[in-house]
Design a binder for this molecule. Structure first.
Ligand code: HEC
Length: 119
């Protein structure tokens, strides 16, 4: 017969908190109705940089984007919040949105500007 002896200790549950650094200032979402819901839902996995650097787009585009992050990437956003977020994004980052972030987009590198190190 197999005998197992030992003391079984109850597993202690301890809460841990993690610190996440502030996002960069460019990523800060524009104020507006639904902005806070968007921030809470859309800054879980990545910076809101991903939002502010998109070209301004209509509700159809933003709805497809939000539904994709929910269905494909597993964002835990409920249907009611999807609508609030789409309304917010298509108004704050709609087709008329100021695209003064354009200079920050990565420009293609022209081969003529690459300095060869080992000629
Ligand atoms: C569960 C994690 C998660 C959450 C929550 C999340 N995303 Fe994402 N998102 C991703 C991943 C993964 C990518 C792709 C990253 C890559 O390709 O580098 C991405 C990429 C993006 C992009 C870049 C374009 C693209 O399609 O790749 C945008 C815009 C975006 N997300 C918007 C949002 C919005 C809006 C929300 C809130 C509704 C959100 N994300 C919430 C995981 C998430």
């Amino acid at each position: 017969m197999l005998m197992i002896s030992g003391v079984v200790r109850p597993v202690e549950k301890t809460e841990k908190s993690i610190y996440s650094p502030d996002d960069n200032p460019i990523a800060t979402l524009m104020p507006g109705p639904g902005g806070e819901v968007t921030n809470v839902n859309c800054a879980i996995c990545h910076s809101t940089d991903y939002i502010v650097r998109q070209p301004g787009s209509d509700a159809k585009y933003w709805e497809a984007e939000v539904r994709k992050v929910v269905a494909v990437f597993g964002a835990p956003t409920c249907d009611a919040d999807v609508q609030v977020i789409v309304d917010y994004l298509s108004s704050a980052y709609g087709p008329q949105a100021k695209t003064d972030l354009l200079p920050l987009r990565r420009q293609p590198v022209r081969p003529s500007r690459i300095k060869r190190q080992n000629p």
